[in-house]
Design a protein around this ligand. Structure first.
Ligand SMILES: NC(=O)c1ccc[n+]([C@@H]2O[C@H](COP(=O)([O-])OP(=O)(O)OC[C@H]3O[C@@H](n4cnc5c(N)ncnc54)[C@H](OP(=O)(O)O)[C@@H]3O)[C@@H](O)[C@H]2O)c1
Length: 323
């Protein structure tokens, strides 16, 4: 099968398409023919081997995982002997965290892992972009116990995690202020944000408004700068930077405002099924910025590394499929 090989750490152009052996499903796995996948910030971090300390997990000298890619949508090609939930030909979507391998024509994934039947009215391209941003957003939102009357500000509301957070916070009935650049204001408004702050025009930390939760969905702000905009008991939710691990431990004991950094990420079938229900009742959609064929993985990766994508970047495998 064709797959994108990543056998050393380095810039995007180390990635190349190769012929490799097709994986064989274990007894509790399904083999999926991938029609669409994505390039995420996680793929980029693992390819760069950055931050360096992370190489303790990802491989000291070269990456442990030779094929990147976590999100997928496709069709079941074969099933292991104990698999009961899926059959050959089923259309599925999900995520293969910590195992990667979806930048390829085929990937094996555990039946009990974060995999579900694809919503019928959704293309493979749309389905491939659902899980990463949304599950990271859910993990962040859970400790805040959002409900009607709670105020949340999402900084970086136009990214993959950000676009998911805005929609999920509205689903939980919170009052949502979204912060983004001028070019993304209309997209973010279309996700039902109550207020949109264009950060090129206004600094939300100086307008006197306060929030129960500030979600730094793109890792470009800091607890120190946001503290004055948090209510008493408020939470600053981090997605990046090791300093936030220390701050999370410190603020759990001291002070009336907390840093929460939900790591390591946990991706579950329960969450994939929850998202599927939201999609089927038209309360969630994955925002897609660009779509590339697998052959253009280097261009797709370079674009993701500009840190300017709006939502998600998809790659189609063998031309994808309409539904
Ligand atoms: N904790 C975890 O397990 C985990 C997993 C994956 C990713 N992450 C981290 O989560 C963060 C978000 O990932 P993502 O995939 O959602 O990001 P993303 O999609 O790449 O974010 C892109 C968006 O970031 C915004 N942006 C760029 N620079 C900005 C700035 N200086 N101020 C405000 N917004 C800015 C851009 O919007 P505008 O043009 O509107 O500014 C762009 O739409 C990253 O830092 C990533 O490393 C964490």
């Amino acid at each position: 099968m064709r797959a994108v090989a990543c056998d050393r750490y380095g810039p995007p152009d180390i990635l190349r398409l190769e012929d490799v052996e097709r994986p064989v499903p274990k007894e509790d796995e399904v083999l999926v023919r991938v029609h669409a996948t994505t390039v995420t910030r996680t793929d980029c971090g693992f390819r760069r081997g950055d931050p360096f300390i992370g190489r303790i997990v990802t491989g000291l000298l070269r990456p442990k995982w030779k094929i990147l890619g976590t999100e997928l949508a496709g069709e079941v090609e074969a099933v292991g002997t104990t698999v009961t939930e899926f059959e050959v030909g089923d259309q599925v979507f999900g995520i293969n965290p910590w195992k990667f391998g979806t930048h390829a024509e085929f990937v094996c994934i555990r039946e009990r892992g974060p995999l579900a039947h694809k919503p019928v009215d959704m293309s493979f391209e749309e389905a491939a972009a659902v899980c990463d941003g949304a599950i990271l957003a859910l993990m962040g939102l859970r400790p805040a116990e959002l409900r009607k009357g709670k105020r949340i500000l999402v900084h970086g509301a136009s990214g993959s995690i950000g676009t998911a957070t805005v929609q999920l916070a509205k689903y939980f009935d919170a009052d949502v202020t979204a912060v983004c650049n001028t070019k993304n204001v209309e997209t973010v408004r279309s996700l039902r944000a109550d207020e949109v702050v264009d950060y090129t025009q206004e600094d939300f930390t100086k307008n006197g408004q306060t929030y129960d939760l500030i979600f730094d969905a793109v890792g470009k702000h800091s607890f120190r700068r946001c503290k004055g905009s948090l209510k008493r008991g408020g939470i600053y939710l981090a997605t990046d930077h090791l300093r936030n691990v220390i701050l999370a431990l410190w603020t759990a004991r001291i002070g009336d405002k907390r840093v929460v950094f939900p790591i390591p990420p946990r991706y579950t079938k329960k969450d994939v099924l929850f998202l599927k229900r939201l999609i089927e009742t038209r309360r969630y959609l994955a925002v897609i910025d660009r779509c590339y064929p697998l052959e253009d993985v280097v261009d797709a990766t370079r674009y993701v590394e500009t840190e300017q994508k709006t939502g998600n970047v998809v790659m189609t495998v063998d031309g994808g499929r309409a539904r």
